[in-house]
Design a protein around this ligand. Structure first.
Ligand code: ATR
Length: 279
């Protein structure tokens, strides 16, 4: 039921129709009995700023932002958290009643919580981590790992110049490597994270051999469609512990929900099963 007090939040993306976020947030809202609603917005490719301006002043409480607008979201904000600034991107915008727009990035927290759930033995501070890719998702992951205390993050990309630019933005703990010479980084890392778009249903899969990784190295893929990518299958067949992208998606939604609706998501809602059915 929509009332005179309904809190409105949503997600901005292009495309947005297949996003699982409305399903996740609305399941939590219903279970908690919160008077709120979470809806999709799909501006045209250059329409993000217009949309964000329209939301200013508290027309709605806030939005999640997904591909391809996360950098635009940071640029549209008057104030940004350290996580958003270091990631160079925002996945959460809050529209304050005084007209200010505040940006945050909960993707990194989502990544770390997904590791805590699916690979609880792993400790970010004990050794280097390899992040594959150098787009927004990779930079966000590398930034979060550094903020969480990773002693070193290898940013490994097919186009090494892009990895170098990301490493330069992140400071001395980040080091760029070309994908063709990744084995040195892979063999010393406690975790290997695919933050490329390779492996997405329909796209070509990621050509990275994991044989030289350590036995205990945790392998994670941000891609969750399919849930078990060829990259994660390779890891499982080698006996490596794995973390999937769906867990990250759910865990980044938790702090976003709290920011929009003022309380934590209710316990006991199996949003993972709901999301799996919808995948
Ligand atoms: P996002 O913003 O989601 O991170 P992006 O900016 O389009 O996405 O970046 C996609 C990343 O996936 C890039 O790092 C890209 O490598 P290049 O910079 O060399 O293009 C990487 N990528 C995409 N397909 C790939 C493939 N088949 N093998 C290796 N890397 C791939």
């Amino acid at each position: 039921m929509i009332s005179g007090k309904t809190i409105v939040a949503g997600i901005v993306g292009r495309p947005v129709a297949h996003s699982l976020s409305p399903l996740i947030h609305n399941a939590w809202l219903a279970a908690a009995g919160i008077d709120g609603v979470y809806v999709p917005f799909a501006p045209d490719a250059h329409g993000f700023d217009r949309l964000a301006k329209g939301f200013r002043g508290g027309a709605i409480r806030g939005v999640n932002v997904t591909v391809p607008f996360k950098e635009d979201a940071l640029a549209a904000a008057d104030r940004a958290s350290e996580a958003a600034r270091l990631a160079g991107a925002a996945n959460v915008l809050l529209f304050e009643p005084d007209g200010r727009t505040v940006a945050d990035n909960t993707d990194g927290l989502g990544l770390l919580r997904a590791f805590a759930v699916q690979a609880p033995q792993w400790d970010v501070q004990t050794g280097p981590v390899t992040v594959l890719g150098a787009g927004g998702a990779a930079r966000g992951a590398a930034a979060a790992l550094i903020l969480a205390g990773a002693p070193k993050v290898f940013v490994v990309n097919r186009t090494v110049a892009k990895a170098e630019a990301v490493a330069a933005a992140l400071g001395p703990k980040a080091t760029a490597r070309p994908l063709s010479h990744a084995v040195g980084a892979l063999s010393v890392s406690t975790a290997v994270i695919n933050a490329t778009s390779a492996g997405l249903s329909g796209a070509e899969s990621l050509d990275v051999a994991l044989e030289k990784t350590q036995d205990a190295a945790v392998v994670m893929d941000m891609v969750y469609k399919p849930l078990e990518t060829p990259f994660l299958r390779q890891a499982r067949e080698l006996g490596r512990p794995t973390v999937d992208g769906l867990e990250m998606l759910i865990r980044q939604a938790e702090p976003a929900f709290e920011a929009f609706f003022g309380e934590r998501p209710p316990a006991g809602v199996d949003v993972r099963s709901l999301a799996l059915k919808a995948l």
